[in-house]
Design a protein around this ligand. Structure first.
Ligand code: AMP
Ligand code: MG
Length: 336
């Protein structure tokens, strides 16, 4: 009799230990940064609280970097353009110095001072639509004069960091890399809190850590640029990030032409040769910035740059539906 009770107790104790160790999938979606942000993580009962902390990180970074928020540090830099550099947090300083590096790598195809051109083509509006009349050459060249990432002044001492734009009218737009930076902070937080398997998806950027408890990788569907709800391909992510830039995100038609939200700083015109670009990179801020850069550069120049970057791969779909990918692109099964 006694023996059976002890055995039963042992079985019960083992079962409860197993359930305490078993990892469940926790999942939450919140509307943030003008998109939906999704966090998935395997963990135990404390995981929802950690996920909540990761969402707070996204909000914290967004409140520094969002150029549409008048209270953000980027807005402070924009307001002070033409005057003295302003004091910024280390997070803003780092995001801008990384952005400057991506601008340099892409030879200015990715340029975070693109805002005057974004505004000229109406893509600063919530629901962009055709502009009447379309911007003329003088207006385009005028706005182009204000676009130059090299002019951003960045300075850091042991105690403080500063950023400034030298000419009035210059304006930073973080649309091409801010979500990547925020996702990077969120995944960093999940890792710091001890989670081993998690994913953060913010708009077109997805970043993942670890393997699922069953040993499988996180599987990510890459959206077909013309067939809603359909995938071009499925890739595996393991401690990597992926970002897609698409001409379907924000666009309008004018005079039979599709005008999309990514603008070539070299011509001042919306890019019309690409449907989508997907970039895989070790960091979310890298994949986000470089997907926009490659959208502007196109297959030839874009892939030339990507081949030199360690751990970075790209898949591009041109306007004619041609598929091009870098030499180490992991998934050759692509259905267009
Ligand atoms: P993404 O979806 O990451 O490719 O970012 C697109 C957004 O970046 C646009 O909506 C603009 O706000 C901004 N943008 C447009 N053209 C450029 C460019 N050439 N370089 C940097 N940012 C850009
Ligand atoms: Mg981007």
């Amino acid at each position: 009799m006694k023996k059976t009770i002890i055995l039963q107790l042992i079985i019960l104790a083992t079962a409860s230990l197993q359930s305490a160790l078993a990892e469940d999938l926790y999942h939450e979606v919140r509307p943030l940064m003008h998109t939906f942000v999704e966090i998935k993580a395997y963990g135990t009962a404390g995981t929802p609280r950690i996920i909540d902390g990761a969402f707070s990180e996204i909000q914290r970074i967004n409140s520094l970097l969002n150029n549409y928020d008048p209270e953000s540090e980027i807005s402070a830099i924009n307001k002070a353009a033409g005057g003295k550099p302003v004091h910024v947090s280390i997070e803003t300083y780092r995001a801008l110095s990384d952005a400057k590096a991506y601008a340099r790598i892409s030879r200015g195809a990715f340029d975070f001072t693109i805002a005057p051109l974004v505004k000229l083509w109406g893509f600063n509006r919530e629901n962009p639509g055709p502009i009447n009349p379309e911007p003329g050459n003088d207006a385009i060249q005028g706005a182009r004069q204000l676009v130059d990432y090299r002019a951003l002044h960045l300075q850091k001492t042991s105690r403080a960091a500063f950023a400034g734009l030298p000419r009035s009218g210059m304006h930073i737009d973080t649309g091409a890399f801010g979500k990547g930076v925020a996702a990077e902070y969120a995944i960093g937080y999940l890792k710091e809190q001890g989670l081993k398997s998690a994913l953060v998806a913010a708009g077109g950027t997805i970043t993942a850590i670890g393997l699922k408890p069953d040993g499988k990788t996180w599987q990510i569907g890459i959206r077909h640029p013309r067939v809603d709800g359909s995938f071009l391909t499925i890739i595996s992510l393991r401690n990597q990030s992926v970002s897609t830039s698409g001409d379907y995100e924000k666009f309008y038609y004018k005079g039979g032409k599709r005008r999309t939200h990514i603008i070539d700083p070299r011509t001042g015109m919306p890019v019309s040769t690409i449907q989508s670009v997907t970039v895989i990179a070790p960091r979310a801020s890298t994949s986000d910035a470089l997907s926009t850069a490659l959208f502007v550069l196109g297959p030839e120049q874009g892939l030339e740059i990507i081949e030199k970057e360690k751990g970075v791969e790209a898949l591009m779909v041109t306007t004619s539906g041609e598929i091009v990918y870098s030499s180490g692109w992991p998934q050759k099964k692509i259905i267009y």
